[in-house]
Design a protein around this ligand. Structure first.
Ligand SMILES: Cc1ncc(COP(=O)(O)O)c(C=O)c1O
Length: 443
């Protein structure tokens, strides 16, 4: 074992023993189990992979602390402001359905009609096996929503980032991104082979320094940020980013996974929020899985960009076209967004209510800006998991975000606020949250 691995294993062993020794039910053989799980073994059996042992180790620790796993919860019906989990109706704060569109009869009927017309599958890549009109219609509507020329839809939001960034940039280029961007962006950067540089979260001065020092050494430079950060609920200063990228001859990409449908008065995203011309951003990326209550992702921007994506990016060229039903679902969601902008206003007033009630209770809600994502800081992963567990017992479903998804000291509960929540539900949730945090000595 390398020295680095040994140090990592020792730290894990110490942390785990400390956590388990807080529990009076600890058995004498706990150390032996931990040791066996930390011992690296064969390289040809999956059971012996250190990655697999890590998963088992976390399960073992949770079991010892009598904490049910907060992952892979089964929602037995429609997951909206409430959800049926293990036979119990829970208040639900873990849904991306920010505008409460999933299950809307208009969306269901559009999906059924697409199913009747096209069947389930679009069978193969659009490039080789042809298109369905509904796919092109969705692309036009997305382009119109963002205020750009065109869009290209993919079967997955994650694959959209990986494949687009991975394809359009290479080792002659520099990609600079916010430290908190989504995994799909990081994977794309890695795949591209471009030189990667990170700036601290929302620190535009640090970004400027990187551009001043390094821009001239590379062919193309891409700056990547998110419209609304999915773990922290804050957003970047887009006008300053645009000025900076223009000044340094760089391209700007904004991932609007959590901001479209949420930011701006009519939900057109961060460009509407700042009242800027969307064409000032070079690459818009979004997902169909959040405000649009479907699945898939897209790139929107100039005709040249979209033409390149549709002819070069492997995740588009070599992957099946978005299923017609999923395109119909997203199209209907955009219609509903246009017809009922009050959903966007309701989502924002819900977020304001949640935050003000939490503040009154002395709860730390991190960097949030009173939008769809409100983190509640817990201080460490074990407290986050325990709090989620106690809240679940109290009838509130919220997901803990723990290391390695965030730094250990920044472990949190992440509340997704939707337009479908009502004031009473939010009051009940914050009350339950405050009670649990007092019980755990966190406030
Ligand atoms: C910022 C961001 N980008 C991309 C994705 C990937 O989207 P999808 O889940 O639709 O594949 C996510 C997923 O949560 C995300 O948060």
């Amino acid at each position: 074992m390398s020295l680095k691995n040994k140090i990592i294993q020792d730290v894990k062993r110490r942390k785990l023993s400390r956590a388990l020794s807080d529990d009076s039910s600890q058995t004498n053989d706990a150390d032996a189990v931990v040791d066996s799980l930390l011992t690296l073994g064969s390289t040809t059996s999956f059971e012996a992979f250190s990655e697999y042992k890590d998963i088992q180790l976390h399960r073992f620790a949770a079991e010892k602390m009598r904490i049910e796993s907060p992952f892979f919860k089964v929602h037995e019906g429609l997951s909206q402001d409430t959800s049926m989990i293990a036979g119990r109706e829970m208040l639900n704060f873990s849904s991306y359905d920010y505008l409460g569109i999933n299950g809307d009869p208009r969306q269901n009927s559009a999906v059924k009609s697409a199913l009747d017309t096209y069947g389930v599958s679009s069978s193969a890549s659009r490039l080789v096996s042809g298109e369905r009109p509904i796919q092109g219609q969705l692309e036009s509507r997305l382009a119109e929503l963002h205020g750009v020329d065109d869009a290209a839809i993919f079967v997955s939001g994650h694959a959209t980032n990986v494949s687009t960034i991975g394809c359009l940039f290479n080792s002659a280029d520099l990609i600079v991104h916010d430290a908190l961007v989504h995994n799909s962006i990081l994977e794309g950067v890695q795949l591209s082979g471009a030189r990667r540089a990170t700036f601290p979260h929302n620190d535009i001065q640090a970004l400027e320094k990187i551009l001043v020092d390094s821009r001239h050494k590379y062919r193309r430079t891409l700056v990547v940020v998110e419209g609304l950060y999915s773990m922290d609920g804050d957003y970047p200063d887009l006008p300053r980013l645009i000025a900076l990228k223009d000044q340094h001859d760089a391209l700007l990409m904004v991932d609007e996974a959590h901001s479209v449908g949420v930011m701006g008065e009519t939900g057109r995203g961060i460009a509407e929020h700042f009242n800027i011309d969307a064409r000032d951003v070079d690459i818009w990326m979004g997902t169909l899985s959040k405000s649009f209550a479907s699945t898939g992702g897209y790139i929107a921007g100039s005709s040249a960009l979209v033409d390149m994506v549709k002819n070069l990016v492997p995740g588009f060229v070599y992957s099946v076209g978005v299923a017609p039903m999923m395109a119909a679902a997203a199209l209907t969601a955009i219609d509903i967004l246009h017809q009922e902008p009050e959903r966007v206003a309701k989502l924002k007033s819900n977020a304001r209510l949640f935050e003000s009630l939490a503040k009154k209770q002395g709860i730390d809600t991190g960097l949030n800006r009173q939008l769809a994502v409100i983190p509640v800081m817990m201080g460490d992963s074990i407290s986050a998991v325990k709090a989620a567990h106690l809240l679940s017992e109290a009838g509130v479903n919220v997901q803990p975000i723990i290391h390695p998804a965030v730094e250990e000291r920044l472990a949190r509960l992440r509340f997704f606020i939707c337009s479908s929540h009502n004031a009473t539900q939010i009051e009940q949730a914050v009350e339950a949250l405050a009670k649990v945090m007092r019980e755990l000595d966190l406030i």
